[in-house]
Design a protein around this ligand. Sequence first.
Ligand SMILES: Nc1nc2c(c(=O)[nH]1)N[C@H]1C(S)=C(S)[C@@H](COP(=O)(O)OP(=O)(O)OC[C@H]3O[C@@H](n4cnc5c(=O)[nH]c(N)nc54)[C@H](O)[C@@H]3O)O[C@H]1N2
Ligand SMILES: Nc1nc2c(c(=O)[nH]1)N[C@H]1C(S)=C(S)[C@@H](COP(=O)(O)OP(=O)(O)OC[C@H]3O[C@@H](n4cnc5c(=O)[nH]c(N)nc54)[C@H](O)[C@@H]3O)O[C@H]1N2
Ligand code: SF4
Ligand SMILES: [Mo]
Length: 734
Amino acid sequence: MSEFTKTLCPYCGVGCGLEVSPPAQQGKATHRDSQGNPIWRVRGDKAHPSSQGMVCVKGATIAESLDKNRLHYPMVRDSLDREFRRVSWDEVFDIITRRIQTVRFTQGPEAICMYGSGQFQTEDYYIAQKLMKGCLGSNNFDANSRLCMSSAVAGYIQSFGSDGPPCCYEDLELTDCAFLIGTNTAECHPIVFNRLEKYHRKNRKVKMIVVDPRRTPTAEAADLHLAIRPGTDIDLLNGIAHLLMRWDRIDTMFIDDCTSNFSAYAEVIRHYPPDVVARQCGISIEDLETAARYWGESQRVLSLWSMGVNQSSEGTAKVRTIINLHLMTGQIGKPGAGPFSLTGQPNAMGGREAGGLAHLLPGYRLVKNDQHRTEVEDFWGLKRGQISANPGLTAWDMITGLENGNVGLLWIAATNPAVSMPDLERTKKALLRSPFTIYQDAYYPTETTAYAHVLLPAAQWGEKTGVMTNSERMVTLCQAFRQPPREAKADWEIFAEVGRRLGFIKEFAFANSAEVYAELAQLTKSRPCDMTGISHEQLQTQGPTQWPHPQESRGSREAGGETSQKRLYTDLRFHTPDGRARFGAYYSRGLAEPPDPDYPFVLTNGRLYGHWHTQTRTGRIEKIRSMHPEPFIEIHPRDAAKLGISDNQIVEVRSRRGQAHFPAKVTKAIAPGTVFVPMHWGALWANDAEANALTHPESCPDSLQPELKACAVQLMPVSHKITVQNYQLQSSQW
Ligand SMILES: Nc1nc2c(c(=O)[nH]1)N[C@H]1C(S)=C(S)[C@@H](COP(=O)(O)OP(=O)(O)OC[C@H]3O[C@@H](n4cnc5c(=O)[nH]c(N)nc54)[C@H](O)[C@@H]3O)O[C@H]1N2
Ligand SMILES: Nc1nc2c(c(=O)[nH]1)N[C@H]1C(S)=C(S)[C@@H](COP(=O)(O)OP(=O)(O)OC[C@H]3O[C@@H](n4cnc5c(=O)[nH]c(N)nc54)[C@H](O)[C@@H]3O)O[C@H]1N2
Ligand code: SF4
Ligand SMILES: [Mo]
């Protein structure tokens, strides 16, 4: 047997294949982390179709974080101002089930909430849905994906009748024009970007357009960088459509045969002539025309987007407006073309398959759809009507639910909301009011630990076997290669045990995660994400597999046939009742909180190449800490001069909700009037440098995704030196 275990990188949605082997090497010294733990060896898996052996710095260094500061035992305390005490799993399960029963029978199941994560494996997600939405009858399961890709989900559903990114990574190497909007792919999806950039460099005819208010490393590589004003994406996209229409660069046959609602859209784009659009976006008419020309002249256009589009109070409209351009030019369902949403987290896609948002059910089903609920109830052996017909509380609704006393129990797993939620002061105050919070994480402490009554130690990547699906619908088996530390358990096992103790014995009678996956796969039968031909065993023997992959196709695969569909909609039939894709007709509305004389700057925020979100892993890796030692704020030289701010000087940033301090990075990479801060520094890692101290929770009316990417701020240089203190790593006692 090979000494390598095949798995997937647990960071971003690119989903690179990894091979991991044990630390001890014959004849060589064992590498150890700074706390003395031996480090597992990791390399790219050349056989993985998505990444072909490539990895970025995060994947390459992941093993160094596995043992540092882990949460080892269940812990409880009676109130948030007390110390935790260690308890056994038996005791803690008892405490939790008693509490669930009390809340269920006093406040009702809708007072029970779970806030999960795109970093769950699919099995974790599925068991959580069955427990919450099925057995307990509460649709209040939401995930951090609400803050991440729910606008993409809503946009796909509204335009195509179903969720599901229709493209694949091969398209990166087949396109004539890559249109990257609101995505810093080079830093956030590095291996996707490597593939695209290599191809772009070799083929000079291939165009790359980047739309981002910042000149990111992604924008540096582009033929055309449109540094639009934050929140003007719809103006730009409608402006491109206006020119394509004027130049008659549209695919009328495709529009007539395969779409609906074109006339409403045509009416909207009439109002976006180039002079108006250029002024609105803060770009030149020439650049706008160049972008439209690249679109119009290309045989194959591939759009890629992520948070600059989704995290917006008009996120769904932005997504649909991107899709509109593809529909009007017939750029879908063929190699090298299509609207491709890049998913952020490693298993945000698996979450969608398992129904892991408050309005979804497993198998790409919707809570609001009567037939979908009935199908799931029958499959789970529940009474008709057991699944509530109302979508549950979203992530932010859970915060306001704590404020108004409607939430009686909050179970948080695999996410760190005390850093990643908008309007942190309000979030933290609400969390302090929670009558009972369970927090299930791999590490101790994180910022959210301070708000928990119960801590449950989670087994993480490499310590449990399960599957994850990446942005191109590629399902990979992530095999355990080591034991969970001390008493840590897999998330799905924790949920299942609570289910059994609540009396749902047969519902949660799973011997292992392969059985869990097999059950979910059955529930996807004949759905757009049909995975009935996928199982742990099949993935182990045949390797990563893209869905849709129905069971019937197994035979044809063995006979050498192509089974998984690399691309969706190649037959140009969509999942709408009439089979046509729908144009969405949207006027731009702009930012929820535009700048004004009191708060004259737009603050945007995002990610850096080395760090992962709230640093629970990457903050513990020396190489990465030295790449990005401190937070900072990017300010254009003109704005800096006006305010008397010099490089490295501390800037106080205030919004209507809070304040933070950052050393200034004076740079032309950011547009005048806009400033940028990284999102990675929560309260444990720096003093007063939280991006979300400033942001607001206003969200898109369709996707309910908050506008994390923009809020209005004022800036002030301060003379005293704020220490950007780094959190000192202690070795975990727990
Ligand atoms: N290194 C690293 N990689 C990651 C992650 C990480 O933490 N670290 N996290 C993963 C996750 S979960 C996600 S969701 C993805 C996110 O991946 P990205 O979306 O690429 O990352 P962000 O840096 O959040 O935002 C992208 C860009 O949006 C731009 N932007 C802001 N406002 C606007 C606007 O109004 N319009 C346009 N067009 N652009 C705008 C910002 O300037 C920023 O450069 O990354 C994934 N990959
Ligand atoms: N201002 C601003 N805010 C943002 C964003 C932004 O761009 N700007 N982006 C938003 C987006 S897109 C996202 S995805 C979120 C991310 O925000 P979070 O989800 O809060 O960030 P992470 O640091 O990834 O937290 C994941 C947690 O899961 C734990 N963990 C890892 N593996 C496991 C496991 O297997 N089981 C369990 N139980 N725990 C595990 C880790 O230790 C860590 O504490 O932030 C959102 N917030
Ligand atoms: S690109 Fe994403 S999946 Fe690949 S190694 Fe880097 S973080 Fe991991
Ligand atoms: Mo995300």
